[in-house]
Design a protein around this ligand. Sequence first.
Ligand SMILES: Nc1ncnc2c1ncn2[C@@H]1O[C@H](COP(=O)(O)OP(=O)(O)OP(=O)(O)O)[C@@H](O)[C@H]1O
Length: 274
Amino acid sequence: MSGTDTATSSSAGRIQRRPYVVLDGVSKEFTSARTGVRETVFDDFSLTVHHGELVAVVGASGTGKTTLLHLVAGLERPDSGRITLNDDTLAAGSPTPGAGNSTDMARHRLGVVFQQPRLLDWVSVRRNLELALTSSGLDPAGADRALADVGLAEYAHHYPSVLSGGQRQRAAVARAFAVQPELVLLDEPFSALDQLTARRLRLLLQELWTARPRTGLLVTHNPLEAAFLADRVIVLDGRPARVSAEFTLDLSRPRTPEDPRLFTYQNEILAALG
Ligand SMILES: Nc1ncnc2c1ncn2[C@@H]1O[C@H](COP(=O)(O)OP(=O)(O)OP(=O)(O)O)[C@@H](O)[C@H]1O
């Protein structure tokens, strides 16, 4: 633990040595809809994310960042290799790869935030959260608390369409955290927002993370966002994808967006991106 303030936490204090997400020798191919050619996105790819660790994944467009999240979420199955979450085998390669098991998300308490909020427009914001809670076998009464945590209590009865883009993404974050996820997957969660809103939501995410540390994978094109939020940043490169560089960010939390050390990391990550 660094410093004397008990509200701050260092990575070393939060991250356990126990692996939570393990990809072991994972391979994944797709057939391009455009050319009909098979592309090997991952070949014998391995990655470990430890309990309490937030790993950011950066890399050029098309390297396989979203595919990596989909594999971990159980939305895609590996062609070969094994993926385990908290020692529980989520997926093992099968000769007939197909869609993942939709119960995986509930079983492992996954919270997912996508680039777009993906809220149901025909029900209220509260109902959106209640449905997520119910499908995870949780009490829907938790919706109001989750909305209050992100500052949206007074918008609970509104339909998503009357909310601003930032408020909708805030609601999406609330929905992801409402299920008290053990694992949070974030796919470019703030890239569709203006800079000021994105900054506020990063601070909110940090608050939620500090209140109760979880394990997470964050896909982002923004090296500064990666440095601000993550414990470790990996750079994915090539086809098939491999980890070409890795940065451990030993900065205590809460972090401030103006911390000059973040800009140093940003430059190092940018240099690794080439
Ligand atoms: N369901 C699919 N069917 C066919 N090809 C796919 C499918 N999903 C991904 N791919 C291909 O796999 C490769 C990796 O895609 P992916 O979306 O994971 O990359 P990415 O690194 O997240 O890209 P970006 O940064 O642009 O979002 C791309 O060539 C993509 O076309």
